[in-house]
Design a protein around this ligand. Structure first.
Ligand code: FES
Length: 577
């Protein structure tokens, strides 16, 4: 028990505790599964929300992890009940897994609320599964612990370590440039993913695992251990045991994910060189809880810590090295003076207490504050201007520094496909100074705000040896990607944001040190263009896509659905019979 106050009655008692017909109905079907007797005598019921799916390879190993969680629940005197969650796999889902993040979050929320659960363990892994679980758990208001499946082992290709995503982008560009053969590319494909787990760079999955831990929603050390490390099974057991202790307590997600916890997470995101996707996901989770987190917090709080973790795509190593170097607890302990000491976690202790004494075992991987990978203020920056009045983000550490202050002529495409159709054209009218703009790739416009903001470079420039250029879009980019990519432009073009008004040839100025992004066109001309602007035809869609496009918010507030923001409710729905 984590507080001195008496626990409220377990939620599950309103299902199983009734001696009459309703209790009978709730219990007798579980008896058909061999669960009976003492299970209904007041044991805490622990839901194990499993995002296992063979359509989500990163989560394909979660079944044995669920079994380990169950062992822990049983050892601690709980009653485990596993249930499936909608699973979101990056490799397959079209048009983008982000279109379905809010759907998965809704499904998780409703399943938790509608069922006889006293606490929940959320098994996640691939990029969107962790934020969806955090969002759903936040809204459901029942005590919850996240447990991610862990990263893959390092890729190994011809004697060197290779990282998910990051090396795919590199090798693809080299294949297009003709410096890598198709044979090498195929060999690389079979060398990259050597075990179960999610991407092992500091991409979005690793970032969100680390931030779930930094928020206090995971047991210490659970974010970094490789998926196949036996210690992960032990941690899964401990997670199940802890869930039993949490059942019926007041330590709900809202009590853990406070403003202080989000501030810590934003600072840690800077120190790990986390994905730009963390911005939109943390804003969405905070929005569910009514925590006042803003886009500018990422710039301001993120600038308080330098980049300390030397992982791809910003650095050299991979999650294996991070875990063996001490992982997140060691990092947190090394920057404890910069974190809010009051943030409480699922352990019932503070984040700093959890990590007290954790040691850095390899200072080349987790660098000391006195010798950072990059200085403070060089992480995710928020830029604004007449092209992005509500903000846009750029990951400075992933861009060639010379491009962080750049003015060049725009080359504008209204659709991603329009650009891809000419990207290989050797006569494309483009130079290394061009600012490449693709619009209508935002939450409503695509729809779903896909990871296309790291637009492939035009073949003409690749052949000339160019490996980075300024790209601007209302899309996202993979957390494993790199480049001078201005992302998440808000408002997006499809709702009439100024990105819709730029024309090919307009000078565009990016000044990251000054935090600005502007098209250098007079106000009168922009007003004329605005008057002539017509919204694109609504995205054809039915069912979820229609609901999503009608209600999704802009990137600067998390791209959640407007009617899901700002309230939680753990009350069991009324009994219908
Ligand atoms: Fe699942 Fe990268 S594809 S984490």
């Amino acid at each position: 028990m984590t507080t001195g106050t008496p626990r409220p009655p377990l939620r599950s008692r309103s299902w199983f505790g009734d001696g009459g017909k309703n209790g009978f109905i709730a219990r007798h079907h579980l008896r058909a599964m061999g669960r009976g007797g003492h299970n209904f005598d007041g044991l805490p019921v622990i839901g194990i929300c499993n995002s296992f799916s063979e359509l989500t390879p990163c989560n394909g190993h979660l079944r044995p992890i669920a079994e380990a969680v169950k062992r822990g629940v049983l050892q601690a005197g709980g009653f485990p009940l596993e249930f499936p969650a909608m699973s979101l796999g990056e490799p397959f889902l079209r048009p983008t897994s982000m279109l379905y993040r809010n759907l998965a979050a809704m499904e998780i929320e409703e399943q938790i609320r509608a069922n006889p659960l006293d606490a929940v363990v959320l098994l996640t892994g691939c990029d969107k599964t962790t934020p969806a679980a955090l969002m759903g758990a936040a809204s459901a208001g029942v005590p919850a612990i996240v447990f991610t499946g862990g990263p893959m082992l390092n890729g190994r290709f011809r004697g060197r370590a290779v990282g998910s995503g990051t090396d795919i982008w590199r090798m693809t560009e080299e294949l297009r440039a003709g410096t890598v053969t198709q044979e090498e590319f195929t060999e690389f494909e079979s060398s990259l993913n050597r075990s179960a787990g999610h991407c092992m760079t500091m991409g979005t999955a690793s970032t969100m695992a680390c931030l779930a831990e930094a928020l206090g929603m995971m047991l210490p050390g659970a974010s970094g251990l490789p998926a196949v490390d036996a210690r992960r099974g032990t941690l899964a057991e401990e997670t199940g045991m802890r869930a039993v202790e949490l059942a019926g307590s007041e330590l709900t997600p809202a009590r853990i994910m406070t403003r202080a916890a989000f501030e810590n997470a934003v600072r840690i995101n800077a120190a790990i060189g986390g994905s730009t996707n963390a911005v939109v996901h943390l804003l969405a989770v905070a929005g569910r809880l009514g925590v006042p987190l803003t886009l500018d917090d990422f710039d301001r709080l993120g600038a308080e810590l330098p980049l300390l973790v030397d992982l791809m795509p910003s650095g050299r190593f991979l999650m294996e090295e991070f875990a063996y170097a001490g992982g997140l607890p060691a990092l947190i302990d090394s920057v404890r003076d910069h974190l809010d000491p009051g943030a409480v976690t699922v352990t019932g202790r503070t984040l700093l207490d959890n990590c007290a004494g954790a040691r850095v075992h390899d200072p080349a991987v987790i660098r000391p504050l006195t010798d950072p990978v990059l200085p403070a203020g060089t992480g995710t920056a928020v830029v604004r201007g007449n092209l992005a009045p509500d903000g846009a983000v750029i990951k400075q550490s992933a861009a060639e520094p010379r491009l962080l202050r750049h003015t060049g002529p725009a080359l504008v495409f209204d659709a991603l496909e329009d650009y891809l159709a000419v990207a290989e054209d050797p006569d494309l009218d483009i130079t290394a100074d061009t600012v490449l703009i693709v619009r209508n790739t935002g939450p409503k416009g695509y729809p779903g705000m896909p990871e296309v903001g790291n637009l492939p470079l035009p073949k003409k420039l690749l052949d000339a040896g160019v490996r980075d250029m300024v790209r601007v879009s209302d899309a996202r980019m993979s957390g494993t990607a790199f480049g001078a990519c201005v992302l998440h432009v808000a408002p997006e073009a499809a709702v009439g944001g100024p990105l819709a008004l730029v024309r090919t040839g307009d000078p565009v100025r990016l000044d990251v040190p000054a935090r600005t992004l502007d098209v250098l066109v007079g106000e009168e001309e922009l007003a004329r263009r605005r008057a002539a602007w017509r919204p694109p035809a609504p995205v054809a869609g039915r069912g979820w896509t229609r609901l999503y496009t009608e209600h999704v918010t802009q990137a600067d507030t998390g791209a959640d659905l407007d009617f899901l923001v700002g309230s939680t409710d753990s009350t069991p729905p009324r009994q219908a019979f």
